[in-house]
Design a binder for this molecule. Structure first.
Ligand code: NAG
Ligand code: NAG
Length: 389
């Protein structure tokens, strides 16, 4: 009896402790504290949730339910562009996505109705932790953006979903534009109109994207193949990303796309121990002004793990699948890189651009370690997404 009471008390205590962020930001977002020591609080209405996310008070905001924004800002009935490649989908396995836009040069106008709330994300203030409780934290029909110099934000253990998935430009899940210190951890993103994560044109700064599930399963696919095309589009002015332990599955493009010659952008990206699975299109699509270290990732049933264009775009890429390439990291980084592994996947180039190691040698303290690539599929599917903390 006494043991039972002690156990119960222990369980209550640990539940109380869990109200707030789990773990500490690592990698490039090291030092991100979000709402810090502010006491965790649970909003009781949609209005309160919006106020707490957008104001300039440091807060730890617990998301203990599904907050449904659909219908809260009305709908728009208009004309959308149906193009033969993305909407008609002759012979495809899914419906397509029509475009919410003002021109329709390559298609025909169709009538469409979309929800307004998803088109404008909530603008997150500085010093915020937005944290899901168990597997209950859902933002339905609205995404988040951090912009205008706001910084120090943690988004953990929430599911962002249902942003006009029928329509391109229907809504982005997470937007970073003129910010710094962002930790996006253990979230799930599904059924989005446009990008799951997008940055630019202002800087995204120091960002860690860890242990998230990017779930592209959809009925409306720009590639007509039941997989979401618009995964990660990174175009910030000066960005450092740690991309670790993510499960990117059933998407068909931009997973990720990064790089631009706009405004002397510079993007540094460390992809480590991610599981890319069932990609009916491309994973990495790398453009100019990028320095990308890709190690310990598992590609399974990925049509095009890296686009041919990445090899001629001017992107600087170090990716390892041979002993020589892995060992080549040692002198600059102080460790042997982990191999990338492929199964049922298009060819994966071994790229050993020393410029990447030179850049990362001065950023060494931000590099997270890696685990053996063989365990990545089981380990990542067990830990990535919501309700897994
Ligand atoms: C965020 O926290 C930092 C460090 O405590 C502080 O300097 C800054 O003023 C805070 N920002 C806002 C908008 O409260
Ligand atoms: C699983 O991943 C975690 C990090 O997310 C790591 O600490 C652990 O060592 C990994 N386990 C295996 C067996 O690779």
């Amino acid at each position: 009896m006494r043991a039972a009471i002690v156990t119960l008390f222990g369980a209550l205590l640990s539940t109380a402790h869990a109200a707030g962020v789990t773990g500490t930001a690592f990698g490039f977002a090291s030092g991100t504290t979000g709402g810090g020591s502010a006491s965790a609080a649970t909003p009781s209405s949609l209005a309160e949730l919006k106020e707490w996310i957008t104001d300039d008070v440091a807060r730890v905001i617990m998301i203990d339910r599904e907050w449904n924004f659909i219908g809260t800002e009305g709908t728009t009935s208009s004309q959308c562009c149906s193009s033969t490649s993305t909407t008609v989908c002759a012979g495809g396995t899914s419906k397509g996505q029509a475009w919410i836009q003002d021109t329709c040069d390559d298609g025909t106008w169709v009538s469409c109705t979309y929800d307004n709330a998803a088109k404008t994300p909530l603008s997150v203030g500085s010093n915020k932790s937005i944290v899901g409780v168990g597997s209950k934290g859902v933002l339905k029909g609205k995404g988040l953006r951090v912009m205008s110099g706001n910084s120090n934000v943690i988004i953990q253990n929430i599911h962002i979903t249902d942003l006009n998935p029928q329509y391109v430009w229907g809504g982005d899940a997470i937007t970073l534009d003129s910010t710094d210190k962002i930790w996006i951890d253990h979230n799930k993103i599904s059924l989005i109109g446009r990008q799951m994560i997008v940055s630019g044109w202002g800087k995204a700064g120091h960002v860690t994207i860890s242990n998230n599930e990017f779930d592209g399963v959809t009925t409306w696919s720009a590639g007509c193949n039941s997989k979401h095309y618009w995964t990660l589009l990174l175009l910030g002015a000066e960005d450092w990303y740690t991309f670790e332990g993510n499960w990117v599955h059933d998407v068909s493009g931009r997973a990720p796309h990064m790089g631009t010659d706009y405004d002397s952008s510079k993007i540094y990206f460390h992809a480590v121990n991610n599981y890319f699975q069932n990609i009916g299109g491309h994973a990495f699509d790398l453009d100019v002004n990028t320095w990308v270290l890709i190690e310990g990732n598992y590609f399974e049933e990925v049509d095009t793990p890296m686009t041919p264009g990445s090899l001629t775009s001017g992107a600087n890429i170090y990716s390892t699948s041979t002993v020589d390439a892995a060992s080549g990291c040692l002198a600059s980084l102080g460790y042997i890189c982990e191999w990338n592994r492929e199964s049922g996947t298009g060819s994966w180039p071994d790229l050993t651009d020393k410029a990447v190691l030179t850049q990362f040698s001065s950023l060494k303290h931000y590099l997270v370690g890696h685990t053996g690539v063989a365990n990545v599929p089981s380990n990542v599917t067990a830990h990535a997404g919501i309700g897994k903390l």
